[in-house]
Design a protein around this ligand. Structure first.
Ligand code: ZN
Length: 212
């Protein structure tokens, strides 16, 4: 029935797919767009299009990064020679990486899983997250970078903990027999708190008190 949808219906359907957005909020967004001046609506449409062309996915850590000037093969974190390549922090989303970078206490590399695996067994979650790419990244790092530690940085919530278990099960066979330790973020993050909203002090404390 897609062909009978009006542009407004289609826009609402798009907004409804946004993280944490229900149908009522999606409608509110769409109707807000109707109130914009033509030039504002044009700017918004232009930004959506240009974002797709100017933001690229890093093939090493799977972080989205903006291109400015010359095209670089890797993101600024992966190609920074001052980052500690013996540490790999696995997080669910780009916004988690941003929160950790803002805290300024982590100097290793990242891997962005691309989502969480819900406690209610959902095979779609497992297909959606980049567990295969994580294994590839780990194998490369083991060969090239003298990897010493993989830190699982997920929110303290049932889904976060389930994701940590899922990732652990995936990594264990690869890490077995290597010197690499698998750690979790420690105290500081309160139950139910989302990593992306944690303040720098909390992130610092969670990183410093990580446990095996
Ligand atoms: Zn990268």
């Amino acid at each position: 029935m897609i062909f009978s949808m009006t542009p407004l219906d289609k826009l609402i359907a798009h907004f409804e797919k946004f993280p944490g957005t229900g149908i009522r909020q999606a409608r509110r967004f769409a109707f807000h767009i109707l109130t914009l001046k033509p030039e504002q609506a044009d700017e918004l449409a232009g930004l959506v299009t240009s974002l797709k062309n100017s933001v690229v996915l890093c093939p090493s850590c799977y972080r989205y990064y903006s291109e400015s000037g010359e095209r670089q093969p890797l993101c600024s974190i992966c190609r920074n020679p001052n980052r500690d390549r013996s540490k790999l922090l696995v997080v669910a989303r780009d916004s988690d990486t941003e929160a950790i970078e803002r805290s300024g206490v982590y100097d290793g590399l990242y891997f962005i899983l691309g989502g969480t695996v819900s406690l209610l067994h959902n095979p779609k979650d497992e297909q959606r997250v980049r567990s295969g790419a994580l294994l590839g990244c780990l194998t490369t790092r083991l060969k090239e970078d003298h990897l010493m530690e993989v830190i699982l940085g997920f929110s303290v919530s049932p889904d976060g903990e389930n994701t940590a278990r899922f990732v652990e099960n995936h990594l264990e066979p690869v890490l077995k027999g290597t010197a690499v330790s698998l750690t979790h973020l420690g105290r500081g993050l309160s139950t139910g708190s989302e990593l992306e909203y944690a303040d720098p002090e909390t992130i610092k404390s969670a990183l410093q008190s990580r446990t095996k």
